[in-house]
Design a protein around this ligand. Sequence first.
Ligand code: ZN
Length: 188
Amino acid sequence: MLRARAAEVEPAEIGSKALRDLVRTMIEAMRRAPGVGLAAPQIGVSKRVIVLEDAERLMATLSPAARAEKGRAPFPLKTILNPVIELCGADEKSAQATFFEGCLSVPGMSALVPRRLEVIVRGLDEKGDMLEWQTTGWPARILQHEVDHLEGTLYVDRMLTRTFGHNDEIGQSFGSLPIAGVRELLRA
Ligand code: ZN
């Protein structure tokens, strides 16, 4: 399931009980984890549906400097059907950021993943209205991660492989280091 291309949500499905139930289940699963995003294939439903949300309580342990570096800021719950991402900026390093990233479907692990800094996502909201959101930093990373899931792509396909490890070991070894220092140490 995680490696399949998920199916489009058809117009007839919008507003249906099945879709509403799916979205509710996804939101509950994301919040329970807790995570900042979830794609339907992660709970065994091959549909192009993602939910994402970031909250103050989820970044409480981050210093103001770490928040600023990652571009992490709270944003309200979003449900997006059939999302399509446009990557902004030229395909250059200046348009990218590299940070540790994890996935609820690859529990307990993380790795450095380069992602585009700014994206525009277009799709439908839960009611079927057109939705467009241009964002940067951490929300842009979450969007790229979740839309990847709909293509059967996981962060491990994009990671700097030498940085893949258990969260606790990464935290102990590199918790206080800047990303450039981690890459130098790991030759990644
Ligand atoms: Zn994931």
